[in-house]
Design a protein around this ligand. Structure first.
Ligand code: SF4
Length: 266
């Protein structure tokens, strides 16, 4: 069995504790307006055309987005970084895209990582069947779980899916006792109005458990904007300004009132 991966990030420090290797798995059932990884959306390998300028001449360069990896290749990559991983209490993170879209491969990879002594994290939108989460929970040490909007209509409008399943899976994961970091993208005009932020804070206070270790506030940024052209996907965030540092600090203080540790960034 092989998994389709569009990027492998070594020495990652934002996807869980310590130094990690993050595997970005290709394919996502959501279509968030602000997504900064459009190369992770399509569940198939893609050939992307890029224009490169040398002097006044332009060249078309073709690049492949997405390669298949077997589980033993994942382990080989980790083994090369074992010393950094173990000295920093790091591990491996499966991100995307949405890793649960390749649930069978993910399960095998997680089992193999655990068997080889690695701390495992899964970064998920929460959008997959509840049974799929039940199968991976025993092999996952940490969930990085995205919460985008509590209002279903607004969630649907900006991500193309309902949040019902997501909220159900969030509860399942919290009830499992596994360490969880909730990740909230802060997207101006989508989820950062006072009313929604109050709702989100009340919701987190209501569901709060010992294993809900951290709230990560992820400021919207434009870094991925130029990729949209390459992948011929329309970019819908033109004119939206990233939140300022002051605003993010204000939100950090606001969510700290839940008693849960809050961090800006992953
Ligand atoms: S869930 Fe994540 S990867 Fe999927 S579209 Fe949204 S931001 Fe992009």
């Amino acid at each position: 069995m092989k998994g389709l991966i569009f990027s492998v990030k070594r020495y990652s420090i934002h996807d869980g504790p310590g130094i990690r290797v993050t595997f970005f798995m290709k394919g996502c059932p959501l279509s968030c307006w602000w997504c900064h990884n459009p190369e992770g959306l399509n569940p198939q390998p893609e050939i992307v055309e890029m224009t490169e300028k040398v002097g006044d001449k332009e060249f078309i360069k073709k690049e492949e987005a997405g390669s298949y990896y077997a589980v033993n290749e994942i382990i080989d990559i980790l083994e090369k970084e074992r010393i950094f991983i173990s000295q920093s209490n790091g591990g491996v993170t499966f991100s995307g895209g949405e890793p649960m879209l390749q649930q069978e491969f993910l399960l095998e990879a997680l089992k193999a990582c655990k068997a080889n002594g690695y701390h495992t994290a899964v970064d998920t939108s929460g959008y997959s069947q509840i049974e799929n989460y039940k199968t991976i929970i025993p092999y996952t040490d940490l969930f990085l779980f995205d919460l985008k909007h509590l209002d279903d209509a607004k969630h649907y409008q900006f991500t193309s899916v309902s949040n019902t399943l997501i909220l159900r899976n969030f509860k399942l994961i919290l009830d499992s006792g596994k360490d969880t970091h909730v990740r909230i993208p802060i997207v101006p005009g989508f989820n950062d109005d006072r009313e929604h932020l109050n709702e989100l804070k009340s919701f987190l206070l209501k569901v709060k458990t010992e294993n809900l270790k951290k709230i990560c506030l992820l400021p919207y940024h434009k870094i991925g904007a130029s990729k949209y052209k390459r992948f011929k996907i329309p970019y819908r965030m033109d004119g939206v300004k990233p939140p300022s540092r002051e605003r993010m600090n204000e939100l950090k203080n606001f969510f700290s009132e839940t008693g849960i540790k809050v961090k800006i960034g992953g």
